[in-house]
Ligand binder design. Structure first.
Ligand code: HAM
Length: 436
């Protein structure tokens, strides 16, 4: 029975009292992205497993250990997306979007699924806001994407995030780097976990982000990729840094960032905080110049990022970032008796048509219980209709905060609620001016 009322491990409900925070964060991120030229794209929650094997890479932790993969009734191997980039690239190729004006810029809000060990900030279903740019290999594009992430965090009032930057080079640099890594890890062969022993031949870079504590410790002293990148990749990296410098955007070069997904080339970056525990990476991204061709599309470069919404909300709470006030019910129209209940219903309907959140009784409650509910909802105004009010066409409207009452004709109710709403807004603007 417990299973019926218990969500699966590693998942979270977003309750009505918190959903406005999600709407605010997602709406603001999408809006800033729109100003940078990104348009939303929506893709399926599941894809053919092969897409992730090819793009994310079959030697990554994500593919080897964390994917929700199953055979559907037609015997196809299907996987719930562990991230958004692969599906976005697939959709861009399939729908011929890359034959249109470039760069193509898409943004997205997606749920992702990874079978990881749940802990604070690490879920099995989580949500990402992300964006991808296809078609530009200029460092200006890298800097633009990073600047956009910075602007989203700034506007949300997130403080104490560190931008960490690295370059992991192109396939040629990678070949040299792999050779150095193989030599280094071969000396520690006996200590590595089974998965990493297998990775040593095929993809030694993946040992660098293995979550096993022993591999992690050994990886700390491994050769650093920045020492192996070619002139072209180095110039690209300098170009990105120069543009971030020009914007006055602080960053640190962290030569240990390699990211846990195989498609990256050249620039990789993370926005990290120390305020929410071990899972402090709020946003990760980078360039992937080989991915589109790898999945059968044209030979076009790409770059993007994704931020975890759960981690973002956590860091906002931790640093005291402000959310807009939760919208409150403008008026509760209580009633005594059937005729008054019908009138209340009609008035509430008119108010809603004018854009106000208005409520009346739909539970058949007595007037005392109706008012208790209005109070719990935090309604700004309330009134009670009975025979007298129906006869006079007027009601005493009470300001629930101050207790003040005003007699208002039914015909003037919309104007009255409007004025009260304006007064609340003016008050809150004044308060922000006094305590910015
Ligand atoms: P990622 O670093 O795997 O990159 O994930 C991006 C963000 O998703 C992380 O920084 C984190 O905030 C959040 N996240 C990841 N795993 C979990 C989890 N188990 N629980 C909660 N939050 C999580 C990508 O997914 C790439 N697709 C980003 C990208 C886009 N690169 C280029 N374009």
């Amino acid at each position: 029975m417990a299973l019926l009322t218990q969500a699966p491990k590693g998942t979270q409900d977003v309750l009505p009292r918190d959903s406005y925070k999600w709407q605010y964060v997602e709406g603001l991120a999408m809006e800033i992205a729109r100003l940078y030229g990104f348009q939303e794209m929506r893709v399926p929650t599941f894809e053919h497993t092969e897409l992730f094997n090819r793009s994310v890479g079959d030697t990554t932790d994500v593919v080897q250990k964390e994917m929700y993969t199953f055979l559907d009734k037609g015997n196809r191997s299907i996987t719930l997306r562990p991230e958004g980039t692969a599906g976005m690239a697939r959709a861009a190729v399939q729908n011929g979007l890359l034959n249109e004006a470039l760069p193509l810029k898409v943004s997205y809000l997606v749920s992702c699924f990874r079978y990881e060990k749940p802990q604070a900030g690490r879920l099995r279903e989580f949500h990402q806001f992300g964006a991808e740019v296809y078609g530009s290999d200029s460092p200006a594009c890298d800097a633009e994407v990073i600047a956009m992430v910075g602007e989203i965090f700034d506007t949300l009032g997130v403080r104490d995030l560190r931008l960490e930057l690295n370059s992991i080079g192109c396939p040629e640099c990678r070949a040299r780097y792999h050779k150095a890594l193989k030599e280094y890890f071969a000396a520690h062969m006996d200590e590595l976990c089974d998965t990493c022993r297998e990775r040593l031949e095929k993809n030694p870079m993946r040992i660098l982000d293995c979550k096993s504590p022993v591999c992690h410790k050994i990886a700390k002293d491994a050769p650093k990729v920045l020492d192996y990148i070619c002139e072209g990749c180095s110039a690209h990296f300098e170009g990105v840094k120069a543009r971030l410098d020009a914007l006055g955007m602080p960053y640190v070069v962290n030569p240990t960032i390699v990211r846990g997904l195989d498609y990256y080339t050249k620039t990789v970056f993370e926005f990290v905080t120390d305020q929410i525990g071990a899972q402090g990476t709020v946003c990760g991204g980078g360039r992937y110049d080989g991915l589109i061709a790898e999945i059968g599309g044209p030979k076009l470069p790409g770059i993007g990022f994704a931020m975890g919404i759960e981690r973002l909300l956590k860091v906002m709470d931790a640093c005291g970032a402000e959310f807009p006030e939760q919208p409150a019910c403008a008026i509760y129209i209580g009633s005594i008796g059937e005729a008054a209940s019908v009138k209340a219903f009609a008035l509430v309907n008119e108010l809603r048509e004018e854009g106000f959140w208005a409520e009346c009784d739909t539970m058949g409650r007595g007037v005392k219980a109706q008012m208790k509910y209005a109070d719990k909802l935090g309604c700004r105004l309330s009134c009670i209709l009975g025979d007298n009010e129906l006869e006079s066409g007027r009601a005493n409207v009470k300001n629930m905060r101050t207790g003040e009452t005003h007699e208002v004709a039914f015909d003037d109710l919309i104007d009255f609620v409007y004025d009260a709403q304006v007064a609340v807004l003016t008050e809150s603007i004044r308060e922000t001016e006094i305590n910015p």
